[in-house]
Design a protein. Structure first.
Length: 397
């Protein structure tokens, strides 16, 4: 039997209570607040096929929205209070839109989104809600951006604001930068807000234009979870971003996106080894991302896979955000049947890798990747097979 696409292919992991997250949120809403929730918002997680650590350098990225995501069942309130129960954290939090104070934990992504909307002049309304999801937290699949964009969709729906994906993505990014304190780029929030069913999005992070790019026919994307975790709120992400900015200044350009590899090499004497390596990753990754979009457009799985393999080497050796577990799972995948290419994905240092796999070989691919990864590390991987899904959605009930 072939493993389910848009599902966990790993056999030993079962969904919580066997219920879909949306159903869990709706049932819990009725129990906690009474009556049916009139609105449900959904925001997917994402996996990035190519273009890592390029977004905050005004470069190119090629992510796709996943079948995993965050769901909020909600009912607008007459006042400015937000009362939100999280099924995954097993707790309820509330705050007043008129008096936002920084605190700790998952609610800050929701509060920060409200803060960003209000800073931009939006008149928000409160709501009661229940949130749940199935994006693994801290795994590099943008669980926090999914929560921010779901919150953005909830605030927009409750206050009858028009839904504008690019504006919402910018506000969600502002929540993360200005409230949570992670200086992330726009990739996660934008693909989560604006993703297209069946397509990855080529995003130009300078002007935020997007182009939908189909997956090569006969292939499926495998998300390979190493089961290792790291929090983005730690300092290394912000530090690397600051070092890229320093490299940009020393190169005398607006952003690293404006340099070819030859032009970067001419500037090498002005750079430390560390700055040169970081910049070289960004410059070559931009070129790989554009080449990958072209390869996908002509349905060339072999070329896309080769670019993914190269991308991993660059993240490992130049940008240095891989880890022994990520290297092991990438090697395991690359040696498995049907694999066209594999690389770590997301910010790195832990979490997930991504592979492009021939659909016909998905079952042996999953079995062999899990086996080889376990043999190399003693750890159990979880594999999710996915096709690109749509971005954030609102359902009125
Ligand atoms: C995280 C950030 C993104 C991006 C990636 C690395 O996911 O949120 O903005 O920088 O890391 O490509």
């Amino acid at each position: 039997m072939s493993p389910p696409v848009d599902g966990r292919a790993s056999r030993d992991v079962a969904g919580r209570n066997g219920l879909a997250p949306e159903t869990r949120a709706l049932r819990a809403f009725a129990e906690r607040f009474g009556g049916d929730a009139p609105l449900v918002v959904h925001a997917p997680g994402r996996v990035n096929l190519l273009g890592e650590h390029t977004d905050y350098n005004e470069g190119f990225v090629l992510p796709m929205a996943l079948h995993l995501g965050a769901w909020i069942a909600l009912r607008p309130r007459a006042d400015g209070r937000v009362v939100l129960r999280s099924l995954d954290f097993g707790e309820e939090q509330e705050f007043d839109l008129g008096r936002l104070h920084r605190g700790q934990g998952w609610i800050e992504y929701v509060k920060g989104t409200a803060w960003a909307f209000q800073e931009a002049g939006a008149a928000l309304r409160g709501w009661d809600g229940v949130v749940t999801g199935d994006v693994p937290i801290g795994a590099g699949l943008a669980s926090s951006a999914a929560l921010e964009v779901a919150a953005a969709r909830a605030f927009a729906a409750a206050a009858d604001l028009p839904w504008q994906p690019v504006t919402a993505a910018r506000l969600a990014q502002r929540a993360e930068n200005g409230w949570v304190g992670v200086q992330c780029g726009i990739m996660d929030q934008l693909v989560i807000a604006a993703g297209r069913e069946g397509h990855a999005l080529l995003i130009d992070c300078r002007d935020l234009t997007t182009r939908p790019i189909p997956l090569p026919p006969g292939t499926v994307v495998a998300v390979l979870d190493t089961s290792t975790r790291r929090d983005l709120v730690d300092s290394t992400y912000n530090e690397r971003r600051a070092r890229c900015e320093e490299a940009t200044r020393r190169c005398g350009v607006r952003s690293l996106r404006d340099l070819s590899l030859a032009e970067l090499e001419q500037r090498a004497p002005a750079l430390s080894d560390d700055h040169l390596r970081l910049a070289r990753h960004v410059v070559t990754e931009n070129a790989r991302t554009l080449a990958a979009a072209e390869a996908m457009t002509r349905g060339d799985a072999a070329a896309l896979g080769a670019l993914m393999d190269e991308g991993h080497r660059s993240l490992r050796d130049d940008f240095r955000v891989s880890s022994p577990a990520l290297d092991a799972i990438v090697a395991a995948a690359q040696g498995a049947p049907g694999c066209r290419g594999a690389r770590m994905t997301g910010a790195g240092l832990a979490g997930c890798a991504v592979a492009l796999v021939d659909e016909d070989e998905a079952a042996p691919f999953v079995a062999e990747t899990e086996r080889a990864y376990r043999a190399a590390t003693g750890l159990q991987a979880t594999v999710h097979l996915s096709r690109p899904r749509a971005g954030a959605e609102l359902r009125r009930r």
